[in-house]
Design a protein around this ligand. Structure first.
Ligand code: KG4
Ligand code: ZN
Length: 336
């Protein structure tokens, strides 16, 4: 049995959670900094790190209180150590190290990107094998999981991540931060067929979103004020989601697996969820999507990942800003 306290501070959410055996969430606390970074139109790393520092102790205490758990009942202390903002990651890791040392618990460090996948195990009966579409602000990947560990990367973005494209286009359209949810909201009033933006198709199960972003920019330059913002948002969203959906279905077919798992912040997108819900209703696949609170950054998913794939780290553990797979994809692209 595991009872894990996890901490997540990779970007602008100070989060802690306690999860039993990787699935049962006893407490999940998130202190969001959206209101703080809103006026800058994006996350300011230094401001984020300072805010984590002042919030972290309270968030951890509140998590223990809500779960009604005493430190000596915990089996491990887990924490995200990358990829993310170095300054913010260091706050979470330092806190986790201090707790692990003072409570004599093993420390487990977890990759943020991977932890998004494990959000699907929370309060659910999910079991491998499955295909995972992982779409966040920093990554877009299709993966195949044959076991609880070791997801094989089938494809990934060559340039912008899906969430990054949502955020950049939202800024271009003058929508408020964070961009993804703004586009999701106003696209509901727009016509997705008003503009035909390119899907940005690249070979295999890989993606490319930077051409699409430029296509929206060129279109905006041609239009006169006031911009048809709803139609632009809906048409852009349709182009992103069309390719995410199509490649996910192709990956399932090619792997002979009829189970798909959605993960990452963009998995909160209502149009994308609808597409996969329809697929499930047609009886073509079993779809798992985390509830919205587990799609965006949280620590419950970190605790779940620690249960299934956690390896003990020393008190000399460090943080990293970019994921090794993204670094590899970029350098492969540069060589071609
Ligand atoms: O997973 P996440 O919370 O943080 C990272 O690890 O990056 O993902 C954040 C990303 C942002 O780019 C945000 O705009 C996007 O997820 N996002 C959405 C929606 N909610 C969050 N994108 C589209 N539609 C949404 N409803
Ligand atoms: Zn994330």
């Amino acid at each position: 049995m595991s009872l894990i306290l996890a901490i997540e501070t990779s970007c602008d959410e100070t989060a802690a959670a306690i999860v039993e055996d990787g699935r049962k969430v006893l407490a999940n606390c998130v202190d969001s900094q959206i209101a703080i970074h809103e006026k800058y139109g994006g996350v300011v790393p230094e401001v984020a790190a300072r805010h984590h520092l002042s919030a972290i102790n309270q968030v951890v205490e509140e998590t223990l209180r809500q779960a009604a758990i005493k430190p000596d009942q915990l089996t491990h202390i887990a924490c995200t150590n990358g990829p993310g903002l170095v300054g913010t990651l260091l706050v979470g890791l330092s806190c986790a190290k201090a707790l692990a040392w003072s409570w004599s618990k093993p420390l487990v460090t977890i990759d943020h990107l991977f932890s998004h996948v494990y959000a699907n195990y929370l309060d659910s009966d999910l079991e491998p094998p499955f295909i995972c579409l992982l779409v966040s602000g920093g990554h877009s990947q299709l993966m195949k999981f044959d076991s609880y560990k070791d997801g094989e990367i089938l494809g990934q973005t060559f340039d912008d991540a899906a969430g990054e494209a949502y955020d950049k286009v939202a800024r271009l359209l003058g929508l408020e931060y964070p961009g993804g949810p703004s586009i999701d909201r106003i696209a509901r009033q727009g016509n997705a067929k008003a503009f035909r933006f390119p899907e940005g198709v690249v070979e295999g199960f890989n993606f490319s979103f930077s051409g699409l972003k430029t296509a929206v920019l060129r279109q905006v330059e041609k239009l006169e004020e006031p911009l048809p913002t709803e139609d632009l948002a809906a048409s852009f969203q349709d182009a992103v989601n069309r390719v995410l959906f199509k490649k996910s279905v192709q990956a399932m077919e090619s792997a002979g697996i009829e189970k798909l798992v959605l993960a990452g912040g963009v998995a909160a997108n209502s149009d994308l969820r609808k597409r996969f819900e329809n697929l499930q209703e047609e009886g073509k696949a079993r779809i798992y999507m985390p509830p919205l609170k587990y799609c965006t950054d949280n620590a419950a998913m970190v605790a779940s990942a620690a249960h299934f794939i956690g390896e003990e780290a020393g008190l000399d553990a460090s943080v990293y800003s970019r994921s090794p797979s993204r670094r590899k994809a970029k350098s492969a692209r540069l060589k071609n």
